[in-house]
Design a protein around this ligand. Structure first.
Ligand code: SF4
Length: 204
């Protein structure tokens, strides 16, 4: 069964509203299968008080920067802006929108449920790095653990699966939540590993 069909099946058989990261998914009234997205902090906000996000360009802009206007290098960081809503999404567009917010997260979660999400150790990820990131493989155990605390625990909503001591949350939250899973150190983390070893990058 495809990822899309399994996702649709889960939506149809799980009590609404649903949640993924900082995004709340709710069915629109009227019996037609259409969905609304909004920030979890806006769960009780009056609909009219929320700014409509009408298209994919608007969505890209929403997720690009935080409330202070700063670029968000990590899409799973807990700094998604609030005060918006996106409506009229059918299943396909719902899936697409969620991939804008959290790339690959729905597919990872479905694979994890099916028992076939590959998990890659940091050593393996570091071994694949080349060029200026080659040095990431020399990060020691102690520094790796410290980095997961500062970068992952404090700055990311994903639940890490790839460290010897994963973060303590159970993978499944509430039954209506799609957990954000991290099966492999991301590029952002590898960049931070490089910085820890070499110091911050200097503009050339
Ligand atoms: S390595 Fe995973 S948990 Fe850590 S910051 Fe990257 S995506 Fe988040």
């Amino acid at each position: 069964m495809s990822i899309s069909i399994q996702f649709r099946d889960w939506i149809e058989n799980t009590p609404a509203p649903w949640k993924i990261g900082q995004v709340l998914i709710a069915p629109e009234p009227g019996g037609v299968k259409r969905f609304e997205l909004r920030h979890v902090d806006d769960r009780h906000a009056e609909t009219d008080s929320l700014r409509p996000v009408d298209d994919w360009i608007g969505l890209r802009e929403l997720i690009r920067v935080n409330a202070a206007g700063e670029f968000r290098p990590l899409k799973a960081a807990p700094d998604l802006r609030s005060g918006w809503r996106m409506t009229g999404l059918d299943f396909d567009n719902l899936r697409l929108a969620l991939d804008y917010f959290y790339p690959g997260a729905v597919a990872d979660w479905i694979c994890w449920r099916n028992g076939n999400l590959p998990v890659t150790s940091y050593a393996e990820t570091a071994k694949r790095q080349s060029g200026r990131y080659h040095i990431a493989r020399s990060l020691g155990e102690g520094d790796l653990e410290k980095l997961t605390q500062t970068v992952c625990e404090r700055g990311c909503l994903k639940r890490r699966l790839w460290t010897a001591i994963p973060n303590s949350d159970a993978v499944e939250g509430s039954s209506s939540e799609i957990p954000l899973l991290c099966a492999e150190a991301c590029n952002y983390f590898v960049g931070k590993a490089r910085e820890k070893i070499k110091g911050p990058a200097v503009e050339e």
